[in-house]
Design a protein around this ligand. Structure first.
Ligand SMILES: [Mn+2]
Length: 202
């Protein structure tokens, strides 16, 4: 049976280290699996090389597991939690977009902002408190429907949430890279923190 597996995805990314740091303590992963898309933003505790180490450790667990076909978010977080125990740990938001079922699974531990913005309203899945690699008492998997044309936003606290979802909606016809740059230019805090901002047109 033939399946269409080639998508042209409109994805915008800005990822930059805090001013004065050579390495970012944030990291992210976008892994396109054809009918599914895995997206994660990781903010290692603090900034600089130790934060970088934590973020990269978590990302590498995700990457390794996804390449093996392991896509269950709670399991990915459990493995990352174990592996990152030797590091400072970090806050993590992850989403698995299923284009066939038109649903997104979200899992967030700590303050990574995740939103799905559409013309008929927004979904903001909630993260639970915790730090992957340090303290992760519980996980809350959320599964939400989406519509084509909505914008999936995921970012670290290096960008203030004051840009607002109305701004995203009003600018959702822009190429995602333009949208992300506009938001980061207006609301990024690279003078104080690492910045990672992703936008995906669903
Ligand atoms: Mn941060």
């Amino acid at each position: 049976m033939e399946q269409e597996s080639v998508h042209t995805r409109d994805i915008g990314v800005v990822h930059r280290a805090k001013k004065g740091e050579l390495q970012s303590g944030d990291d992210y992963l976008i892994h396109d699996l054809g009918e599914k898309l895995f997206v994660a933003v990781i903010d290692g505790l603090g900034h600089g090389p130790k934060a970088h180490e934590a973020a990269v450790t978590i990302k590498s667990v995700f990457k390794e597991q996804i390449e093996k076909g392991n896509l269950a978010l709670p399991m990915l977080f459990d493995l990352a939690h174990k592996r990152a125990a030797a590091t400072r740990g970090g806050v993590v938001g992850a989403a698995l977009v299923d284009y066939t079922r038109k649903r997104i699974s979200f899992l967030g531990v700590g303050n990574i902002a995740m939103k799905c913005v559409g013309k008929n309203g927004n979904e903001s899945p909630l993260s639970v408190d915790g730090i992957v690699g340090y303290t992760m008492d519980r996980k809350k998997l959320q599964d939400l429907p989406f519509e084509e044309g909505q914008v999936l936003i995921m970012h670290s606290d290096g960008v203030s949430e004051r840009y607002g979802t109305a701004f995203v909606r009003a600018n959702s016809s822009l190429p995602m890279q333009k949208l992300v740059q506009k938001i980061v230019d207006g609301f990024g805090r690279a003078d104080r923190d690492d910045v990672t901002f992703l936008a995906i047109k669903l």
